[in-house]
Design a protein. Structure first.
Length: 469
């Protein structure tokens, strides 16, 4: 557990998290993190850069080939993690030629059924609650619970679990509020599962959660499961954007102690998998398993319009323009389900990254939607997060369909091109999931956390010098 102590002072409170109905009051104030700060470089090249350019790196170790434990060719990586160091925290081989750069601090069975991998309920979402120097972790699961894990002392003890009576797709902590998106039977429609969002004030968790309701007679957020959430407190009152399995997107504003429906966006043809709101530009980016990315103008909340649709094939503008839906597309989008979107800023500008089951991660100019980079990853990408390594360099952590975790450099440095593959972890060779990585999130001190289809929560940390500077 070396290197994991520092910030992790222990505390064990026994709060009651009331998961019952009714309304509480809550409010998220303040700004969000400014973690996209210390980069020094740029994305090179123009559109649609493809993979395979990073083969001649003098720091390369090992065979360079991927596919250990699977039959996937991830391409050449700069480092090959040492299994002993990664999984046990130390390596006794003084001649070890593998890299001591990442450690697995814990593997937690985070669902009720995770003893049997063939029937484990997936860990669908992971979020970190950092409060007064204490780190706790929330997980959501297909087994119908969110759970709270205490990390004190390097042990991962379940502190609380809340039954939601249906699969939980999203947990997200923002400013001491827990947002949970799930699917369950509502009081208003006792025979039908609907999509709901509940919000707990973690400073007063015994209060009933705040609920997002479309209307008094429609006490739920979407007709089907809530599959994506993004919350912003950047400009004005807190806003929640929710996306559903039915393809709908809704924007909610906090007003008079409730989240009020502000915008009903037609969204996509299929399940929403990712949302990024850029309040300064009045733009909302969305992605879905229909393979499309859409950019919405939300400056007039009552009539959000699709500015641009990024799809695999070009489509001309329609005349007259179809409301909400058929925006023009120049093509060059993803060719399979889009699985996540993340916001990433560097001195070169603001970018949106998208991941897809087509195996690529693409970088887009955040305001124009122009594709500035595309990298292949050997297999479908399910989730990703921007994180910092132990030296404070920005890296991209990637979770794949087979359960592998990839780490890529994010901004070009004199020693490493943007997007170059730094290392690959698999359950066979070092650490990974048996089944798709469903969620990945970054914490303080270069820690990161992954949730998998195998029902496991992995607690990891970048510990070594990735030789980016
Ligand atoms: Zn070693």
């Amino acid at each position: 557990m070396s290197g994991f102590g520092g910030n992790y002072s222990g505390s064990s409170n026994n709060n009651n998290y009331n998961s019952g109905g009714g309304r509480g009051s809550g409010r998220g104030g303040g700004g969000s993190s400014g973690r996209y700060s210390n980069s020094s470089s740029n994305y090179r090249g123009g559109r649609g850069r493809s993979s395979g350019r990073y083969n001649n790196n003098s720091h390369s170790r090992g065979s360079g080939g991927g596919g250990r434990g699977g039959h996937v060719n991830y391409g050449p990586a700069k480092f090959k993690p040492c299994k002993d160091y990664t999984t046990k925290g130390s390596c006794n081989n003084s001649n070890c030629s593998y890299a001591h750069v990442v450690q697995l601090h814990g593997t937690v069975n985070a669902t009720n059924s995770s003893n049997n991998n063939t029937t484990a309920a997936a860990v669908t979402s992971v979020s970190i609650w950092e409060n007064s120097g204490v780190i706790k972790i929330f997980t959501g699961s297909d087994d119908g619970f969110w759970r709270l894990w205490n990390t004190a002392g390097g042990n991962f003890v379940k502190e609380f679990e809340s039954p939601m009576n249906g699969p939980v797709s999203v947990v997200q902590v923002v400013n001491n509020f827990l947002f949970c998106g799930f699917e369950a039977v509502s009081r208003a429609l006792p025979d039908t599962s609907v999509g709901m969002v509940h919000v707990w004030n973690l400073q007063n968790p015994s209060q009933p959660p705040l609920e997002l309701h479309m209307a008094p007679l429609l006490p739920y957020a979407h007709n089907q499961a809530v599959t994506a959430l993004t919350i912003t407190t950047d400009a004005g009152p807190p806003k929640v954007v929710s996306g559903s399995r039915d393809g709908s997107i809704r924007v909610w504003t906090f007003r008079d102690n409730a989240f009020v429906l502000e915008s009903d966006i037609p969204g996509h043809a299929r399940e929403i998998t990712g949302l990024v709101l850029l309040p300064a530009n009045n733009l909302l980016w969305s992605c879905a398993i229909d393979g499309a990315i859409r950019i919405w103008d939300v400056s007039q909340p009552a009539k959000a319009t699709c500015q641009y649709a990024i799809t695999a094939a070009p489509s001309p503008p329609t005349n007259p323009p179809a409301p909400g839906g058929a925006a023009p597309s120049a093509g060059h989008g993803h060719t399979a389900a889009v699985t996540s979107l993340v916001n990433f800023s560097s001195p070169a500008g603001a970018f949106i990254l998208s991941s897809s089951l087509d195996g690529t991660i693409k970088a887009w100019n955040g305001t124009t939607g122009e594709c500035v980079a595309s990298e292949t990853n050997g297999e479908g990408v399910v989730t990703m997060v921007v994180a910092q390594d132990a030296q404070g360099n920005q890296v991209l952590l990637i979770g794949t369909e087979s359960g592998s975790i990839l780490c890529r450099n994010l901004v070009q440095t004199p020693k490493a091109p943007a997007f170059s593959l730094l290392f690959i972890m698999t359950s066979f060779f070092s650490a990974g999931h048996q089944g798709a990585v469903k969620a990945i999130t970054a914490g303080p001190a270069a820690t990161f956390y992954t949730g998998g289809a195998d029902g496991k929560l992995l607690v990891l940390q970048l510990t070594g010098d990735l030789q980016l500077q």
